[in-house]
Write a protein that binds this ligand. Structure first.
Ligand code: FES
Length: 116
């Protein structure tokens, strides 16, 4: 059984397009989740990092919503390029991608790199 060092939760909740809260799935989070998985494979992190689909993370207006544990860093992820940046900077180097942080979460201290 793999011992994952990071879990990346991607909200893929879907609501009706008429719902005023919107939803991450309607903003493309399914393909972003797939991209996280592709990037984990590309970076040879498949047994170290797990990208999971999640239900609503209660940050709908800021979505697509992503949270990474164990450090508890919350991101608004808008593009596949954002996914690549998170994987290469946050996961590999332990750098918080500050431009993608959700505004209602404090900036955490520097993270330990996954691979040195
Ligand atoms: S629908 Fe994604 S955080 Fe609520």
């Amino acid at each position: 059984m793999p011992a994952f060092k990071r879990h990346i939760f991607v909200c893929t909740n879907q609501r009706s397009p008429e719902d005023p809260r919107g939803s991450c799935s309607n903003r493309g989070s399914e393909s972003l989740h797939a991209r996280f998985k592709q990037e984990a494979k590309r970076l040879n992190l498949k047994n170290i990092v797990r990208a999971n689909k999640a239900g609503c993370l209660d940050h709908c207006e800021l979505g697509p919503s992503v949270v990474i544990y164990p450090e508890g860093v919350w991101y608004s992820v808008k593009s596949e390029g954002d996914v690549t940046e998170i994987m290469e900077r946050h996961i590999l180097k332990g750098e918080v991608v500050t431009r993608l942080l959700m505004p209602d979460h404090p900036v955490p201290v520097k993270l330990p790199p996954l691979i040195s």
